[in-house]
Design a protein around this ligand. Structure first.
Ligand SMILES: NC(=O)c1ccc[n+]([C@@H]2O[C@H](COP(=O)([O-])OP(=O)(O)OC[C@H]3O[C@@H](n4cnc5c(N)ncnc54)[C@H](OP(=O)(O)O)[C@@H]3O)[C@@H](O)[C@H]2O)c1
Length: 425
């Protein structure tokens, strides 16, 4: 009988519990120890046959552990524990998007130097086999776009707002009650979670790391049910999108990577993604357009990806010098990201104005001055002397649109610029 692959599991929350359950009594593996923060906490599984420790560094130092499975989350102490484990010659399986987005290049380099590997399939898209698709399946392609709905919480909120005419606050409350949003939902609704994920996808698709702090982010908190209704009148649905594509900006060739809500044309495959599901749309030079779709979170979908990594790694470590085969084709050179002003988009703009003669003319003049051409204009009266005006523009550089909006904002007939959203082309 072949020797069992020995594992240390760091974290026994939603995902860790799923991982231990899926591994069950699989004769191929031996869980040597599990690290948790609070050993007295009641658990969903029987731990009597496992060694449970409060110190994750013990796993990193245990010479009998071959694979450290990190499902604790956050940077501290996961970053230090993983570095120690790599230095001690252990392979890593992690679900930690924040860690990979912030420290991936450094950890991959450390792993290469110690001839071990890091697998992170669960870090983006939960149960969807996305990392392996980009890393292996699409190697023959030049990728020209990755656009994803990779945050279930915001997609659930936007779906509720659209389907049940709920306000943002009501939909968020329901997401929290259903366990789809944290008590502090900031990372989700302000786009930080998507930024981590699109940074990882961008580095795989374009084979160069980016600095996640430089990724432009706009959250969904300013979107109203009115925007969702108006977008539908124009033939669009509003979705929170992580976008990565190569391009040429004022400063030369670099990457256009950003996170913001977008109007997605109703016929686009991403428009149909509802609730907590995730979907990632990829354009490749040879394959054309593909979309991967499925559950982006949850105990067993995420554990499916983690345990898949463990099984793949366990078969590979039996082979000589296998780690090189799994090295990621990511350069050590960090790629520049466009400033948002240099991106090109069509825009949806909702603003409140006085309902007086000449308002539309004033708007048209400001847009014309800055080279912004209008596609459609819709005027809604909300009171005797006030109007809501909604405009769709043609494609234009963001800085031109912003200059026009600055001028409009200063016009005496403008009450407020409500929301400005980009349109997915
Ligand atoms: N939940 C999902 O659906 C999902 C989907 C995709 C990816 N992920 C990623 O998977 C990872 C885990 O997420 P999760 O939802 O399972 O988190 P979770 O439910 O909060 O569980 C975290 C676990 O880590 C343990 N832990 C945290 N800090 C520790 C420390 N300093 N020492 C020892 N143990 C520590 C906790 O111990 P206690 O139990 O004692 O508190 C808990 O068992 C994260 O990176 C997350 O981004 C999650």
């Amino acid at each position: 009988m072949t020797a069992k692959t020995t594992l240390g599991i760091f974290g026994l929350g939603t995902v860790g519990t799923g991982v231990v359950t899926l591994l069950g009594d699989n004769p191929q593996f031996e869980i040597r120890a599990i690290a948790v923060r609070d050993r007295a906490k009641p658990r969903d599984i029987d731990l009597s046959s496992f060694e449970v420790t409060g110190d994750p560094f013990k796993l990193a130092d245990d010479p009998k552990i071959e694979i450290l499975v990190e499902v604790a989350g956050g940077v501290d102490p996961a970053y230090q524990v993983i570095k120690r484990a790599i230095t001690n010659g252990k392979h890593i399986v992690t679900a930690n998007k924040e860690l990979i987005a912030k420290h991936g290049p450094e950890l991959f380099d450390l792993a290469n130097r110690h001839n071990v590997t890091i697998f992170f399939e669960a870090a983006v898209g939960g149960g969807i086999p996305l990392i392996s698709t980009l890393h292996r399946g699409l190697q023959a392609n030049r990728i020209s776009r990755v656009a994803g709905i990779v945050n279930g919480t915001t997609n659930y909120i936007l779906t509720k707002m659209e389907r049940e005419q709920k306000s943002f606050a009501e939909a968020l409350g329901e997401a929290q009650a259903a366990g789809y949003a944290e008590a502090d939902p900031t990372d989700d609704v302000e786009g930080r979670d998507v930024a981590y994920k699109i940074a990882i996808l961008s580095s795989l698709a374009f084979q160069a790391p980016i600095e996640v702090e430089k990724v432009y982010r706009q959250g969904i908190t300013a979107i109203s049910d009115l925007d969702i209704k108006l977008a539908a009148e124009f033939g669009y649905r509003i979705k929170m999108i992580g976008l990565a594509q190569p391009g040429v900006g004022d400063s030369g060739v670099s990457l256009d990577v950003r996170v913001h809500p977008m109007l997605v044309p109703r016929h686009h495959p991403l428009a149909g993604i509802e609730g907590v599901n995730n979907a990632i749309f990829i354009k490749g030079s040879a394959v054309g357009e593909i979309m991967l779709y499925g559950p982006g979170a949850g105990r067993f979908p995420t554990a499916s990806a983690v345990v898949g990594d463990i099984i793949n790694l366990a078969s590979a470590i039996k082979l000589p010098d296998f780690a090189r085969y799994f090295q990621l084709p990511i350069s050590s050179q960090v790629s520049d990201i466009f400033p948002i002003g240099e991106t090109t988009n069509a825009y949806y703009i909702r603003l409140d104005t006085e309902d007086s003669p000449g308002v539309i003319g004033n708007l048209g003049h400001a847009f014309g001055e800055h080279g912004v051409s209008l596609h459609s204009v819709l005027q809604k009266h909300v009171a005797d002397d006030a109007a809501t005006i909604v405009l769709l523009t043609h494609q234009v550089k963001e800085k031109q649109a912003q200059a026009a909006l600055a001028e409009i904002s200063a016009q005496p007939t403008t009450r407020q610029i409500g929301v400005v959203l980009r349109v997915l082309s």
